[in-house]
Design a binder for this molecule. Structure first.
Ligand SMILES: [Fe+2]
Ligand SMILES: [Fe+2]
Length: 158
């Protein structure tokens, strides 16, 4: 999805979500490309933390807002998104308890990357275009989303 084409009413919020998607994809790619065990572990920890913060803002701010705005239009898509988040979170919880010494560590991170790329594609090709075509005013979400994300990242570090 091309940020420059997003109308102003949706731009900041969708751009923030798109930036998160891009960052996660980049971390997964680097994970696949590095040979260094310590680096792989650090990248896996980082991507788990980023995805946790990202799913938190979607589940606590973005998705409920859309559902309330138009339950008919968004209900099914958001339900699917929640199920996909739940699968990702399950895998994230397992990955957090593992390291390179575990046989399935790399496989689990790779599969998490596949789940995420599928989910991100649905958001970017179905959900976000619908938000744009329905001309939903998202600007009021920017501050709560930014604040909630900050909190989620801090509690992940603590
Ligand atoms: Fe999502
Ligand atoms: Fe997302």
């Amino acid at each position: 999805m091309n940020k420059s084409k997003i109308p102003v009413a949706q731009k900041d919020v969708l751009s923030q979500l798109l930036d998160d998607h891009k960052k996660a994809k980049k971390l997964f790619k680097e994970f696949e490309n590095t040979e260094d065990d310590a680096r792989k572990e650090a990248l896996a920890r980082e991507v788990c933390m980023e995805l946790t913060a990202h799913t938190t803002i979607e589940e606590e701010v973005f998705y409920p807002f859309l559902r309330e705005h138009d339950p008919e239009e968004f209900g099914d898509l958001l339900n699917e998104a929640l199920v996909e988040h739940a699968s990702a979170k399950e895998l994230i919880a397992q990955i957090r308890g593992m390291g390179m010494q575990d046989d399935l560590f790399e496989a689990k991170v790779t599969v998490l990357g596949e789940y995420v790329s599928h989910h991100v594609k649905e958001e970017e090709e179905e959900l976000f275009p619908k938000v744009i075509s329905k001309k939903i005013e998202l600007r009021e979400l920017l501050t709560p989303m930014t604040e909630r994300k900050e909190e989620a990242l801090q509690s992940a570090v603590a």
